[in-house]
Design a protein around this ligand. Structure first.
Ligand SMILES: Cc1cc2nc3c(=O)[nH]c(=O)nc-3n(C[C@H](O)[C@H](O)[C@H](O)COP(=O)(O)OP(=O)(O)OC[C@H]3O[C@@H](n4cnc5c(N)ncnc54)[C@H](O)[C@@H]3O)c2cc1C
Length: 396
């Protein structure tokens, strides 16, 4: 397991840290440290464009698509420095972390040429159209349908159906939509992976307000929405494999950046505990130490996972990662509330303003749900990593 970096890699670290610090203490100081997904979204879209112009947006991608062909170690370094600088959560992450890597891996030349540069440059934003009211954990139950029509604009997919929990759909230009394109098909067969423009008559986005006060996610309705026939990633009817590939990209290098964010949150919690005296409570101290140890374990397992990754695919240990971090962060949120005590239940302004630690607590409740719930993660570990018999279900 490699946990040290070479002199050249450390020089790279200095270069990206200098750029990030200059930007985040200068033109983008107003958005420093923002974790909420929607707060100051316009400025953060401008930040995405600044990252794109300086080619720091998607450094692992090929140069011709706006990247730097950066090695895995350089990607890890950049991710660490990004979080260390206090740069905000990336509003473009569904494009840079999910849509882009999926198109690069499974898409054809036409799709790469059309979609990758605008993602890298922060010119087009994306959302993920997977979940439906009756298809969450069981994604293969999707009911959204698309049929191919030959009209005046050439062959096009016409999409009907409803998605839900579509994060950042209100800002998105495109959505990757998992839908059924073969009449009468069931389960993973007959599903296609379509790239659909959001700014069109047939798409309606309705925000859903969360307990954090944010309306990060939305209901998304497709009523005769259209996209070109050629914007199907993979073969029509064989989109399941592509959809699963996208989920695997969620476990990539960005996990290291996420840990730096967790480190910042733990530091905030420790500072609050020192300030209000909670740090003197032996049980709180013990839980803080446990959180610190958990974070170190997370770091070393992520480094192990990434150092074993060959040709972009991660080993079986990667399957444990989501379960581990989500459980850890949910406990951190609970600890945060025990540290702040009763004042944590008050809003900080006349609206629904939450201080950072209560926000952390409320948002962390979602960590064990999105990207696959804890129960689903356990099923995945059992079946794919340990080779245990498949879960028994009525439909198989
Ligand atoms: C903050 C947030 C952002 C999200 N963003 C997006 C997005 O951008 N795009 C998108 O498409 N979706 C998004 N989602 C949706 C997310 O992917 C789903 O919530 C998740 O897949 C769970 O599906 P569900 O909510 O329908 O719950 P269900 O699947 O109905 O599960 C309900 C409960 O049953 C359990 N359960 C279900 N099946 C099994 C099983 N086989 N074995 C054991 N237990 C089981 C689950 O673990 C859970 O506890 C987001 C969710 C959140 C919270």
């Amino acid at each position: 397991m490699k946990i040290r970096f070479t002199a050249a890699e450390e020089a790279f670290r200095a270069e990206c840290a200098a750029w990030l610090n200059e930007q985040i203490s200068g033109p983008f100081a107003d958005i420093r440290g923002i974790v909420s997904q929607t707060f100051r979204a316009e400025q953060r879209m401008e930040w995405e464009r600044a990252l794109g112009r300086a080619r720091w947006s998607v450094i692992g991608w090929p140069e011709k698509y706006g990247g730097r062909d950066a090695s895995l170690a350089e990607q890890v370094i950049f991710a660490e420095e990004y979080a260390r600088s206090g740069a905000p959560g990336r509003v473009g992450h569904l494009g840079t972390e999910l849509a882009g890597p999926t198109i690069l891996h499974f898409g054809n030349d036409l799709q790469c040429e059309r979609f990758l540069l605008p993602i890298a440059r922060g010119e087009e934003f994306w959302c993920q159209g997977y979940s439906e009211p009756n298809a969450g954990s069981d994604l293969s139950n999707v009911r959204t349908r698309a049929r191919l029509e030959h009209g005046p604009n050439g062959p096009e997919w016409v999409i009907e159906g409803q998605k839900i929990w579509t994060s950042l759909a209100q800002f998105a230009d495109w959505c990757f939509v998992v839908c059924r394109t073969e009449e009468g098909s069931k389960g993973p067969a007959g599903i296609s992976y379509l790239l659909v423009p959001m700014k069109q008559k047939g798409v309606t986005v309705k925000p859903i307000r969360q307990m954090t006060g944010d309306a990060e996610f939305n209901e998304t309705f497709f009523d005769g929405a259209r996209t070109k026939a050629e914007y199907c990633v993979g073969k029509p009817g064989e989109g399941w494999k592509v959809a699963m590939g996208t989920l695997a990209f969620e476990r990539g290098v960005s996990t290291l950046a996420q840990q730096m964010t967790f480190r910042n949150e733990l530091d905030l919690l420790i500072a609050a505990a020192r300030e209000n005296g909670a740090a003197k409570d032996p049980l709180i101290r013990q839980r803080i130490a446990e959180a610190w140890v958990g974070l170190r374990i997370m770091r070393y397992s992520a480094l192990r996972m990434l150092s074993r990754a060959t040709s972009g695919s991660l080993g079986a240990e990667a399957l444990t990662y989501k379960l581990y971090w989500a459980t850890w962060r949910k406990k951190l949120g609970e600890l945060a509330m025990d540290v702040v005590g009763a004042p944590g239940e008050l809003c900080t302004d006349e609206g629904y303003g939450l201080a950072d630690l209560p926000y952390l607590y409320l948002f962390s409740r979602a960590d064990t749900i999105y990207g696959g719930t804890n129960q689903i993660q356990r099923n995945i570990i059992a079946e794919r990593a340990l080779g245990l018999p498949k879960e028994s279900r009525g439909d198989r």
